[in-house]
Design a protein around this ligand. Structure first.
Ligand code: SAM
Length: 266
C-alpha cells in the first residue's frame, strides 16, 4: 500500500507519519511488548491506532502521547478505545514521563516512532530509565544497528554508548517499507531496550557522560587525545589505562564511564 491517505487521514511528513499496516508485524510487536496491567503501558505516537488497538485489547488502561491534534481527536472519538485511553496531546520530546508512574508500577513504553526525532527522543527517554521496565520501538534499521553496535564498528557512536550505559539492547525484528502506508524510504527494525536495575558501570553524573561522548565523537576520524584534549590529559589517560591514540569508536562503554567519573571527581 503506497497511498498517503490511510483510513481517511492524510499522512503528515513533518510528523514522521508512516502507519503500520502489516498484521503479522503488528502481532509480533504486540507479542514482544507483552502488555499487562502490572505496568503503566505508554505508547508514543499512537497515530491511527495500529498498535494501540491490539495492545489496549488485553489491558485495562493505555496512556498515549500524540502530537497531531487531528489524530488526538480521532482517538477521543474512537468507539472501542476511548474508555481505555488516557490521551496526552503534546510533544513526546518535552513530555515528563515520570508523571505517569503509579505506586509500585513502572512504565512499559512503546511506539512506532517518528524517525525524524527518534535519536533526541531516545536521549530524552534515557533520563527516565529508572522508571521504565522496557521500551519497544520501531526505528530506522540503521538506528537499531547503532543502538546495538559493538566497539570498533562503524555503527558504534554516541547513541550506542548512552543506550548501552542505560539499557540492555535487543534487536527484535526487521520490518520492510511495504509494511507501512505510506512506505518509508528506509528499512526499519524493532528494538527492545531494557533499562538496567543495577547498572554494570555506574556513572556519578550522566550529564557529564553525555557531554563527554558528544565531544569524543565530534570528529570520528581523530584520536581520542585530539577530541578530548581540553578535558583529559595524557596522565589521566594513563591512569585510566586508556590508549589515547585510539579513535572514539574503539573505546568501550565502561571506559567512557571511567573517563566521565574522573571528570566528576576532580
Ligand atoms: N503508531 C502508529 C502506527 O504504527 O501506525 C503511527 C506511527 S507514525 C510512524 C508516528 C506517530 O508519532 C504519528 O502518529 C505522529 O503524529 C506521532 N508524532 C510525531 N511527532 C511526535 C512527537 N514529537 N510527540 C508525540 N507524537 C509524535
Amino acid at each position: 500500500m503506497s497511498s498517503k491517505v490511510h483510513l481517511g487521514h492524510t499522512a503528515r511528513k513533518r510528523f514522521g507519519q508512516n502507519f503500520l499496516t502489516d498484521i503479522n508485524i503488528i502481532d509480533s510487536i504486540v507479542g514482544a511488548i507483552s502488555p499487562d496491567n502490572d505496568h503503566v503501558m505508554v505508547e508514543i505516537g499512537p497515530g491511527l491506532g495500529a498498535l494501540t488497538e491490539p495492545v489496549a485489547e488485553g489491558i485495562e488502561k493505555l496512556t498515549v502521547v500524540e502530537l497531531d491534534r487531528d489524530l488526538v481527536e480521532r482517538l477521543h472519538n474512537h468507539t472501542v478505545l476511548k474508555d481505555k485511553l488516557e490521551i496526552h496531546q503534546g510533544d513526546a520530546l518535552q513530555f515528563d514521563f515520570n508523571q505517569l508512574i503509579k505506586p509500585g508500577k513502572k512504565l512499559k513504553v512503546f511506539g512506532n516512532l517518528p524517525y525524524n526525532i527518534s535519536t533526541p527522543l531516545m536521549f530524552h527517554l534515557f533520563t527516565f530509565a529508572e522508571s521504565i521496565e522496557t521500551m519497544h520501538f520501531m526505528l530506522q534499521k540503521e538506528v537499531v544497528l547503532r543502538l546495538s553496535a559493538s566497539p570498533g564498528t562503524k555503527a558504534y557512536g554516541r547513541l550506542t554508548v548512552m543506550a548501552q550505559y542505560y539499557c540492555q539492547v535487543v534487536p527484535v525484528i526487521e520490518v520492510p517499507p511495504e509494511s507501512f502506508a505510506p512506505p518509508p524510504k528506509v528499512d526499519s527494525a524493532v528494538v527492545r531496550l531494557i533499562p538496567y536495575e543495577i547498572k554494570p558501570w555506574p556513572c556519578d553524573d550522566t550529564e557529564v557522560l553525555r557531554k563527554l561522548c558528544a565531544q569524543a565523537f565530534s570528529m570520528r576520524r581523530k584520536t581520542l587525545r585530539n577530541n578530548l584534549k581540553s578535558l583529559i590529559n595524557d596522565d589521566d589517560f594513563k591512569q585510566l589505562g586508556i590508549d589515547a591514540t585510539l579513535r572514539p569508536e574503539q573505546i568501550s562503554v565502561e571506559q567512557y564511564v571511567n573517563m566521565a567519573n574522573l571528570l566528576c571527581r576532580r
